[in-house]
Design a protein around this ligand. Structure first.
Ligand code: FUL
Length: 479
């Protein structure tokens, strides 16, 4: 049913930097620091830079492997919580300059940024706000000044940055140091130096999905209450204040529902804040010899891909280099298997030979508009219609694998519920029930034979707008 109240929700649309980020889809995290040499997940800031010597480091090897998986970006932990910098920062001595790596002349941020550029991969930076090494940490503005200086180095010396990843983790505990970060100042500096970069997690552009295991929600909405913004920061601050109103602002990034009509109905301020799923290819974020045989299976990783990239989120998959400074062969192998799988699963779009019809079309917004994968044109039914039936048919039976649906997110996220049916001898049979579509929904049909498919948009916020429909031929092995 067309609901007048929904008009308010569809007014919320993405910034162009958020659209560019979402279209990056699948990209890698690279966790690398002194922990790689101490076999730990968190350092303590007391490690000597002398232990850091990845003698065979080759950032191009990382980037080639990342690219082989079909990823389009890479985010490097330039500084993790231990404070050790992978670039020769002028503002601390806890850096690569004081390590044996290239006799102190190395700069792994530069090597990585250059390798990304060479292979056409976007480059992003992780800079941990929590710093266990720096003596200024906990001294308010003095630390903020230092942090701003580090940010400035990273955002001016290494070309275009697509993501600045701010981690909310802090293990100081109740008796530890307390640093109240001047987030607004950090954001202003990023906007000034890299206006196209998205600020993730403790930032206003990209939302943490709420877990590190690779789980996704059934319905991931990009329109959420404004108070979900920086939910990590608010969660932390609300523990430190008696201000009841501030505590009220807290929205937990882990909540199972952040964007349904029910949740949004009492919210005055809404924002576009899409989810990112971050997880590691191994149990740990850093490399541990003992985990070489614990690289996650292809099935598991593809499943996460389907639920994240194909579930209106992005997928940030971590691959940790070894002490040598290379990705381990088991990880490299898995990455290329992912790439091979994805190439096959999204190879042949069968709509090229299909006829498409829709039960209702607004003039100039025909269903054929959804055949091309861009936002230049889109399909929408007549005004004030919040449902639609689309039929895709072929002369002959087809072996159908994945169906891909995309909304025209330039005009917000609208579809609430849809289903896919196939025509059998005795009529339509429902083979998939879906919730949201958003940027992209992948419907994994494992080799279904049919010559007619029906997509029913059952409910939408105002009129649904589809920018792309693709029906991919099933992968051979599944025959
Ligand atoms: C967490 C950190 O504490 C982990 O070490 C890792 O960097 C992960 C991505 O975020 O909060």
């Amino acid at each position: 049913m067309y609901l007048k109240n929904d008009e308010r929700l569809v007014q919320i649309t993405p910034h162009k930097r958020q659209i560019a980020h979402q279209s990056t889809e699948f990209y890698s995290f690279v966790h690398f620091t002194v922990n790689t040499f101490t076999d730990r997940e968190w350092g303590d800031g007391k490690e000597s830079p002398k232990i850091f010597n990845p003698a065979r480091l080759d950032a191009e090897q990382w980037v080639r492997a990342v690219k082989s998986a079909g990823m389009k970006g890479l985010i490097l932990t330039c500084k993790h919580h231990d404070g050790f910098c992978l670039w020769p920062s002028k503002h601390t001595k806890h850096t690569i300059e004081y390590s044996p790596y290239k006799q102190g002349k190395g700069d792994i941020v530069k090597e990585t940024a250059d390798a990304c550029r060479k292979y056409g991969i976007k480059f992003g930076v992780y800079l941990s706000p929590w710093d266990m090494n720096n003596e200024l940490y906990g001294r308010g503005k003095e630390y903020d000044d230092f942090f701003i200086n580090q940010l400035t180095e990273l955002l001016t010396n290494y070309g275009e940055i697509f993501s600045v990843w701010f981690d909310g983790a802090c293990g100081e505990g109740p008796n530890g140091k307390k640093q109240y970060y001047d987030w607004e100042r950090y954001y202003a500096r990023i906007r000034e130096l890299q206006p196209d970069a998205c600020i993730s997690v403790c930032g206003p552009d990209i939302r943490w999905c709420g877990n590190e295991a690779g789980h996704t929600r059934k319905a991931e909405w990009s329109v959420v209450p404004e108070r979900a913004k920086d939910s990590e920061i608010i969660a932390e601050k609300s523990q430190q204040t008696d201000d009841a109103e501030f505590r009220q602002r807290k929205v937990d990034a882990r909540d199972s529902d952040l964007g349904s009509r029910e949740i949004l109905k009492n919210e005055n301020a809404l924002i576009w804040y899409p989810a990112e799923v971050n997880t590691s290819i191994r149990p740990g974020w850093f490399w541990h010899e003992s985990e070489n045989d614990k690289v996650r299976s292809l099935d598991e990783l593809i499943n996460i891909y389907y639920n994240s990239v194909g579930g209106n989120a992005t997928f940030l998959l971590n691959i940790p280099p070894t002490k040598d400074g290379l990705f381990h062969e088991n990880d490299v192998k898995r990455l290329s298997e992912i790439g091979e799988y994805l190439d096959k699963a999204f190879k042949e779009n069968l709509t090229a030979t299909a006829t498409l019809t829709a039960d209702s079309m607004e003039k100039g917004f025909d269903i054929e508009n959804a055949l091309s994968d861009n936002y230049d044109s889109y399909y929408t039914p007549e005004k004030e219609k919040s449902n639609a039936e689309i039929i895709i048919s072929w002369q002959e039976n087809q072996n159908i694998g994945n169906i891909v649906l995309k909304e025209n997110i330039l005009n917000s996220q609208r579809v609430e519920e849809f289903s896919v049916d196939i025509m059998e001898e005795d009529g339509w049979k429902e083979v998939y029930k879906g919730t949201v579509i958003g940027y992209k929904r992948i419907v994994p049909l494992k080799n279904i034979t049919a010559s007619r498919i029906r997509i029913r948009i059952k409910d939408s916020r105002c009129e649904p707008q589809l920018s792309f429909i693709a029906v991919y031929k099933a992968v051979q092995e599944e025959n």
